[in-house]
Design a protein. Structure first.
Length: 249
């Protein structure tokens, strides 16, 4: 019997993309899933769209909260999740139809508690750009510090192998990466399925300010969240910077 997957999607002002994201879940070849849509105080028509799809499919649940950000929304969704497996999907990203089926089979083969996949950058319309991010077969804590290749919309956890309470994201910036670090620091290995099963939508607008913010965030994670020394932070940062550039060119 197929085990249930809880797919958690934080939704904030996503009226432009959320229907397509929901459709990619409904198109999955693995059908035992629940879609937990956490409405994070949107000011557009997102809530109206979510309420409509909730009425149309019993596997879809909408949870409402005042605006608190993605980490709070994911944690709220996690607290309501009923599945053995927990998967994350952002409101503007897209999955291949066989994403769940392939990744769960991969996890069973590896006996993995934590897995992630390759992905492709996409334009604003969700069309792949051809820039595909390849991922390593395994990632431990020390390697993850140098290679933040784990993308949120590719991740699945098995709560029979990793307690659900360990999956709540810290309320800090780059909360997803902070969670990966925390789990891996405890000795868990993340297993990478090196197949392009996700499209990461990136609008065509300039990303210079986002790049600068990404630099600030990873540095804060090294120094404050992980408590790394100045030298060790700089060592890991150099690897991170090179890999971050390679993923985007």
């Amino acid at each position: 019997m197929e085990e249930k997957v809880s797919i958690i999607v934080p939704v904030y002002n996503a009226e432009k993309y959320i229907r397509e994201t929901i459709d990619c879940v409904k198109a999955q070849t693995y059908e035992n899933w629940e879609l937990v849509l956490v409405e994070d105080g949107s000011t557009d028509e997102s809530l109206c769209i979510l309420e409509t799809v909730e009425r149309q499919d019993g596997r879809i649940r909408v949870i409402r909260q005042e605006n608190g950000g993605a980490a709070k929304a994911r944690n709220h969704g996690l607290s309501k999740a009923a599945g053995r497996f927990v998967a994350y999907l952002d409101a503007d990203d897209l999955w291949s139809p066989d994403k769940l089926e392939k990744q769960l089979a991969f996890m069973a083969k590896k006996e993995a508690a934590f897995s992630f996949t390759g992905y492709e950058f996409a334009d604003e319309k969700g069309k792949g750009t051809g820039k595909i991010v390849r991922v390593p077969e395994e990632l431990c804590y020390k390697e993850a510090l140098k290679n933040t290749t784990i993308f949120t919309s590719t991740v699945i956890f098995d709560t029979k192998r990793l307690a659900k309470e360990k999956l709540f994201m810290p309320m800090i910036k780059s909360e997803d990466t902070a969670l990966w670090f925390k789990i891996l620091r405890e000795g868990v290995t993340a297993y990478g399925l090196n197949e392009n099963l996700v499209r990461y939508r990136r609008p065509a607008k300039s990303l210079s300010s986002n790049k600068l913010e990404a630099v600030r965030r990873i540095w804060r994670l090294y120094r404050k969240a992980e408590g790394l020394s100045l030298w060790y932070s700089f060592y890991n940062f150099c690897f991170w910077a090179v890999r971050a550039v390679k993923r985007r060119i």
